[in-house]
Design a protein around this ligand. Structure first.
Ligand code: FES
Ligand code: FES
Length: 154
């Protein structure tokens, strides 16, 4: 059964009318049209679908869209400047932390939440902060370096 409600994504209010069983990921991508957030496993395992809900990272594949009513949803589009790149994006590219790129939006969301809450994370803090994000390409070291550089250089 579908119900109309409003989602606030990247500061913009979007009216949606979707089945109450739809997950947040599918509504963000297919109804709102923000396709930066990726679907990997669709089972809370990979973190490709990570978004922020009131600043906290959440796997949007496993979160019902209607439950996000009244919360502030942030996707990778919301942290990407209109021109240029977010420092995390810049450092990920410079460190070689982007190969196929499928994990990258989720990594950016987890890393940005980590740095918002802990601007000077240790290596261990970074590992824990990204522990919900899988990458099949890079071996992680370059991603960890990129996050550490963002913390130290901004
Ligand atoms: S697609 Fe959501 S955790 Fe993998
Ligand atoms: S760059 Fe391919 S999964 Fe991470």
């Amino acid at each position: 059964m579908s119900e109309p409600f409003t989602l606030t994504v990247n500061g913009v209010e979007y009216p949606v009318d979707v089945d109450m069983g739809r997950n947040l990921l599918s509504v963000i991508r297919d109804e709102i049209g923000l396709t930066g957030t990726k679907e990997g496993c669709d089972d809370s395992e990979c973190g490709a679908c990570m978004v922020l809900l009131d600043g906290q990272p959440v796997n949007s594949c496993s979160y019902l869209a209607w439950q996000a009513q009244g919360k502030s949803v942030t996707t990778v589009e919301g942290v990407t400047p209109a021109e240029g790149l977010h420092p995390l994006q810049k450092h990920l590219l410079e460190e070689g932390g982007v190969q196929c790129g499928f994990c990258t939006p989720g990594m950016i969301m987890s890393a940005s939440a980590l740095l918002d809450h802990n601007p000077s994370p240790s290596q261990e803090d970074i590992r824990i902060g990204l522990s919900g994000n899988l990458c099949r390409c890079t071996g992680y070291a370059k991603i960890l370096s990129a996050v550490a550089r963002t913390a130290s250089e901004g």
